[in-house]
Ligand binder design. Structure first.
Ligand code: PLP
Length: 468
């Protein structure tokens, strides 16, 4: 057996092989970050072709990872939507940054166990530090805490588990939950997962600005109380996915306090905007929540998966999740030590906080503030450009870097516009439905998007609309 095959059976590469492969990976990423804006926004591959490409057993004898990189570069990386592309305006873009990417490599490379203080003390300290900073920017008190998670879906779920444990002692019979019809589907799914039936969920019609109406909410709570049900939680939005609408947070907090309900604010998309002056103004009342979801992989420019749940009283989160099994007795010896596994579902977990920490330290908070503020301005520019052209109707004005609009009266035309833009490849947007009408939507949170990108995107949309 030669050296290199001996290394192989230890699932290892030699020093030189690691260097060569690692440098190639870095080169590939650097080229991607530097050039992504010059290529198409991405491609949706044909399932028959794509699935067949990878539907094979792996080889018995290994291959050169550098050759495999070439295969990935040909077959995998181009056949996705580039959610980090400066002209990717669909859904919620993922404008990650290079430092975040390298932090992920470091966290994975050192394979830091971020589940317990014993397994990863410094990692737990970094996580605690970043979580505490996020709590401070959201206006939470010192007793607040939280946890990094895969994203907003898990953050909503984790917060709702804390709410259920704290107010219902986990008994959900007859308990009712309130949210608007603009609320992200992950909330409904989370409620389903934690034992709520559809008849316990009140999906209330939003007002003309796509916000949860206090009057409607008040009436629904009173109605349920009259029926002997147990209203227990309101879920408000700090930036809906559809339109960026922010529910009336202060009024909701007043009502929740009066009715003794848990107030969860889904700010997975919008809460990070509180760093900017524009966001601070719009998000007044965020600090009054019992829990908040905030996704750094959205408007804090981190690589997936990076979500965060923040809870006003960290003790409530801990009491909802902590279990002390025998085999973790060494982990639970000291009360002073922060064990992330006590605050959520995961035990083995990666060091997600590192990328946020490293990005914030590298670029500084001012850069993040400015990047967020730019997002607001770009959606407003798009709105102005659309209003300046005949035939375009604004269905929801720019707010929280999101604008919704349509051309003419045909729903089908909006879908065909999405397809035409996708085929064109210059920029990508997607459609949604607002009060039953199909709307086009631009979400402009990428800090590398330029004003010219927006103007040219609207110009192309306008050309396609007139042709179609
Ligand atoms: C408001 C809101 N909540 C929750 C989510 C779900 O987040 P994730 O996809 O990170 O799980 C999203 C995703 O876009 C969102 O916009």
């Amino acid at each position: 057996m030669n050296d290199s095959s001996a290394d192989r059976s230890r699932i290892a590469l030699s020093r030189d092989e690691m260097r060569e492969f690692g440098y190639q990976v870095v080169d590939l990423l650097v080229e991607h970050f530097a050039n992504v804006r010059n290529g198409p926004v991405g491609a949706k591959a044909d399932p028959a072709r794509m699935v067949a490409l990878f539907d094979q057993d792996p080889p018995e004898a290994g291959r050169d990872p550098n050759d495999l990189l070439a295969q990935l570069d040909r077959d995998v990386f181009p056949n996705n939507l580039h959610v980090d592309h400066p002209r990717f305006f669909a859904f919620v873009p993922g404008p990650n940054n290079f430092v975040s990417t390298m932090a992920d490599a470091l966290a994975a490379g050192f394979n830091i166990f971020n589940g317990t203080w014993l397994g990863g003390s410094a990692a737990a300290a970094v996580e605690l530090g970043v979580v505490r900073w996020l709590c401070r920017i959201c206006g939470f008190p010192d007793a607040a805490g939280g946890l990094f998670l895969s994203g907003g879906s898990m953050a909503n779920l984790t917060a709702l588990v804390a709410a259920r444990h704290s107010l219902l002692k986990d008994r959900v019979e007859g308990a009712t939950v309130y949210f608007s019809d603009q609320t992200h589907s992950s909330v409904e799914r989370a409620l389903r997962v934690i034992g709520f039936l559809p008849e316990q969920m009140r999906k209330l019609p939003s007002d003309e600005h796509f916000r949860l109406s206090i009057q409607t909410l008040r009436a629904a709570i009173a109605d349920d109380r009259a029926k002997g049900l147990r209203p227990f939680c309101v879920i408000a939005n700090a930036g809906t996915t559809n339109t960026g609408a922010v529910d009336p947070l202060n009024e909701l907090a007043d009502l929740a306090a009066k009715e003794k309900l848990w107030l969860h604010i889904d700010g997975a998309f919008g809460a990070a905007a509180i760093l900017s002056e524009r966001g601070k103004e719009l998000l007044k009342g965020l600090e009054r929540a019992d829990s908040i979801s905030l996704d750094p992989h959205k408007w804090l420019f981190q690589s997936f998966e990076c979500g965060c749940v923040l809870v006003r009283d960290a003790v409530l989160l801990k009491s909802a999740f902590q279990i002390k099994p025998d085999y973790l007795r060494d982990v639970h010896r000291s009360e002073q030590e922060f064990n992330p596994c006590d605050y959520g579902v995961q035990l083995s977990r990666s060091f997600r906080a590192l990328k946020v920490w490293l990005s914030l330290q590298t670029f500084g908070v001012t850069a993040f503030r400015e990047a967020i503020t730019r997002g607001f301005g770009l959606a407003e520019l798009a709105e102005r450009e659309l209003r300046a052209r005949k035939g375009w109707e604004i269905l929801s004005p720019a707010q929280m870097a999101t604008v919704c609009f349509r051309f003419g009266n045909s729903d089908d035309l909006q879908t065909r516009l999405v397809d035409a833009m996708m085929k064109d490849g210059y920029a990508l947007l997607t459609s949604t439905e607002l009060r039953g009408a199909v709307a086009l939507r631009l979400c402009t949170i990428n800090p590398r998007t330029t004003e010219q990108d927006i103007i040219e995107t609207v110009e192309r949309l306008d050309n396609f609309a007139r042709k179609l």
